[in-house]
Write a protein that binds this ligand. Structure first.
Ligand SMILES: [Zn+2]
Ligand SMILES: [Zn+2]
Length: 341
């Protein structure tokens, strides 16, 4: 599957990615790295080169080089702490015991201060950097189908990366384009996944709907837990696209055959926020999984009868009145149990 952002081979299937996971960020015997204080500017040493034996480099050294390029280009004054350079999003992200030694092309930099010239230099000069994203004001995605979506800006390279989440049945791999989907930090215990699994154990649903699916984590977790029919939906094109992609990536862990994609990423991007649900991908076999792009308030029109459990992971958690209104409407039109992660 070619990467829809850069056309390269950024996307691996889950078994391939997981097989290399244990060694991905581990230093070899020749690796050396200094730990820097993130609350102070980096010391005035020239940053270490990547390890001559394994090509990895300690994350703090990589960040020190990023900081220096940003300071040279005027994005930073040089007095800010090292942490001000931005947020490191490693690829693949997973719950780590210690700070990583980064192999080439394993870091997406998310930064409020980075400029376009710097971004091009970082991708060209810092081998570990695969993409540079300038953070916008809000969390990427769509708050409401009437509102303008928020996005960050991909300035250089490719910002497609994966996170690995643990489930009771084993890991799932969730790819996303980072400038258009929100950041998730995988931990040893993911509370949303754990509480969904508890609900599934108690209730044994035959059908599960993930109505605001994001990159597909909960829908995939439900499928991994063996729910026979899973329907994932999101109004935001990037969420629907990456959920479909992740279905394909994790295919071997699920009871499905080939995944049929009904829309390409370019297709979906032309209508970034959907109202009437359109099918994006379907897969069948021992399990049946569908992905839609649409407004969850219009989703009942395409749902099969008897939905046992639905997750309504609404973007705007602060608006209690709106959550109440949406859950009331869902109960009236769809029924079944509702799970608010
Ligand atoms: Zn790519
Ligand atoms: Zn090494």
């Amino acid at each position: 599957m070619n990467c829809p952002v850069c056309g390269g081979d950024c996307i691996e299937d889950a078994p391939t990615l997981l097989a290399r996971l244990p060694h991905t960020f581990a230093p070899c015997p020749d690796c050396m790295g200094l730990t820097y204080d993130k609350r102070a500017p980096p010391p005035d040493l020239s940053p270490a080169e990547p390890c001559p034996s394994c090509a990895r480099r300690f994350i703090d050294e990589v960040f020190a080089q990023i900081y220096r390029v940003m300071a040279a280009e005027g994005d930073l004054a040089g007095t800010e702490p090292l942490g001000a350079a931005g947020t490191p999003l490693v690829h693949p992200g997973f719950a780590m015991r210690s700070a990583p030694y980064l192999p080439p092309s394993s870091l997406v930099l998310l930064s409020r201060s980075v400029g376009e010239r710097t971004a091009a230099r970082l991708v060209a000069e810092v081998p570990e950097v695969r993409g540079v994203v300038r953070a916008g004001a809000g969390t990427p995605g769509v708050r409401d189908t009437d509102a303008e979506p928020n996005v960050h800006a991909l300035l250089a390279g490719c910002d497609v990366r994966a996170d690995v989440f643990s489930t009771r049945q084993g890991p799932i791999v969730i790819y996303k384009q980072q400038s258009v989907l929100h950041v998730e930090f995988p931990r040893d215990r993911d509370e949303k996944i754990l509480s969904l699994e508890r609900r599934i154990r108690e209730q044994r649903p035959r059908t599960f709907v993930d109505a605001c699916c994001g990159a597909g984590t909960l829908g995939l977790a439900a499928a991994r837990a063996g729910v026979p029919r899973v329907i994932a939906n999101d109004a935001w094109y990037a969420a629907a696209y990456w959920t479909a992609c992740n279905l394909r990536v994790n295919r071997e862990f699920l009871g499905i055959g080939e995944v049929t994609m009904h829309r390409s990423c370019d297709d979906l991007r032309r209508r970034p926020v959907a109202r009437d649900p359109v099918p994006v991908a379907t897969a069948s076999g021992a399990q049946e999984i569908e992905v839609y792009q649409g407004d969850l308030r219009l989703l009942p029109a395409v749902l099969p009868p008897e939905i046992d459990l639905a997750a309504l992971d609404l973007f705007e958690k602060a608006d209690a009145g709106k959550i109440e209104e949406i859950t009331r409407a869902w109960r009236a039109r769809v029924g079944g149990a509702i799970f608010i992660p």
